[in-house]
Design a protein around this ligand. Structure first.
Ligand SMILES: Nc1nc2c(c(=O)[nH]1)N[C@H]1C(S)=C(S)[C@@H](COP(=O)(O)OP(=O)(O)OC[C@H]3O[C@@H](n4cnc5c(N)ncnc54)[C@H](O)[C@@H]3O)O[C@H]1N2
Ligand code: MOO
Length: 341
């Protein structure tokens, strides 16, 4: 702490709140502890009788909370995001576009374990909209050791904590399977559900065929859908254990790499994800996707739209939080569904 003439204090940091009292009007702090004094502040300080003030002694080994907050921001920031104003050591990150938020959990935890600083984010692997708040950062004390911030920066030396992957315009194919639909015993009520979910991402259905329970026709259909330019292939029906359930075999026979048949998510246990040789996702959607409001499809779809490869390990990690509670008022994605790791 150092006493100095107010007129010489531009750029210095206040050590305590400065209170202004105007009879019958106000009694409040005009400046808070930690405020950096600007040219315009000088007449205000003089008007409240502060010809001399206590300021933090500038010390090359310490950073003010606002300077340190800027460093935390830089450690988080990536393309397609911008900062809020810095205030009392806090900066928020805001999305510039719709997309998939990815969070490097390991780095986040490492930085938050250092103490005296914090970063709080939304859940990773979730769909965010332009203007959404992605994360907030804050320095806990008023000043922090430069050295400590350098340690934090080192955690992110090979890349920031957040990534926002913009969504791509996708063309998709739907392959409807099942004798009951093929022979017009029942109406196809599955395809409209897929179309509605994909419409949210501006995707276009360019291929739709219906097959009886014949695996070779479904396999051939997958190949032709990709030749027709489909970036995503969705097969519906025939995903479980009945003798007529041929879809998993049909997808396997395309030569695609099966990531997983089965997922620890309800609804969605019989889900299948595969990647064709050219990288196109081929997805087997179980009957629950048609029936239930939210399923594993809602967890995986934003990632497919953002070209974010999904691994077997990630699917296996969905078990905790993988149980949809089917709430009366659904607040997904702002609930626990799909938030496990
Ligand atoms: N013994 C077992 N049975 C089932 C299991 C299991 O593990 N063991 N899993 C259940 C789960 S979980 C699900 S989900 C379903 C999966 O069903 P499929 O994806 O194989 O669907 P299908 O059997 O072909 O059809 C189920 C139901 O939905 C109707 N359907 C199918 N496609 C359409 C369409 N395009 N339009 C209208 N309706 C459609 C179909 O007629 C059936 O009624 O399996 C459970 N069983
Ligand atoms: O997978 Mo069923 O895929 O849970 O309702």
């Amino acid at each position: 702490m150092k006493l100095m003439k107010t007129e010489d204090a531009v750029g210095q940091v206040l050590c305590h709140d400065i209170t202004q009292i105007i009879k019958g009007v106000t009694k409040d702090a005009v400046f808070r502890k930690g405020h950096i004094i600007t040219e315009e502040d000088i007449p205000v300080l003089l008007s409240v009788g502060k010809d001399n003030i206590y300021i933090w002694e500038k010390d090359d080994t310490m950073l003010h909370e606002n300077e340190a907050a800027q460093i935390l921001y830089d450690m988080c920031k990536n393309d397609h995001m911008h900062p809020s104003d810095v205030k009392e050591g806090k900066i928020e990150l805001i999305a510039d576009c719709d997309g998939l938020l990815k969070v490097d959990r390991e780095k986040l935890k490492k930085v938050n374990s250092l103490g005296e600083m914090m970063i709080a984010t939304r859940h990773g692997d979730t769909y965010v909209k332009k203007g959404d708040k992605l994360a907030g950062t804050r320095i806990i004390p008023l000043v922090i050791k430069k050295e400590k911030m350098e340690t934090a920066q080192a955690v992110c030396s090979d890349g920031p904590i957040l990534t926002l992957k913009p969504f791509h315009k996708k063309k998709f194919a739907v392959l409807t399977t099942g004798n009951e639909v093929y022979y017009h015993r029942i109406e196809d009520t599955f395809t409209p559900v897929i179309q509605e979910k994909l419409a949210e991402f501006g995707a276009e259905m360019i291929f739709h065929e219906v097959y009886d329970d014949d695996a070779s026709k479904i396999t051939d259909g997958c190949r032709r859908a990709m030749e027709a330019g489909a970036d995503l292939v969705f097969c519906t029906g025939g995903m479980s254990v009945d003798p007529d359930d041929k879809t998993p075999l049909a997808i396997k026979n395309t030569g695609a790499r099966i990531v997983s048949y089965g997922a620890p998510v309800l609804p969605g246990a019989m889900f299948l994800l595969a990647y064709a040789e050219n990288g196109t996702p081929i997805v087997g959607l179980p009957g629950c996707v048609m029936y239930s409001k939210r399923t594993i499809f809602d967890l995986v779809l934003p990632r497919l739209i953002a070209d974010d490869e999904v691994t077997a390990e990630e699917l296996a990690g969905l078990g905790e939080g993988g149980l949809c509670l089917n709430c009366k008022v659904c607040t997904f994605p702002n609930c626990g569904f799909g938030k496990g790791r």
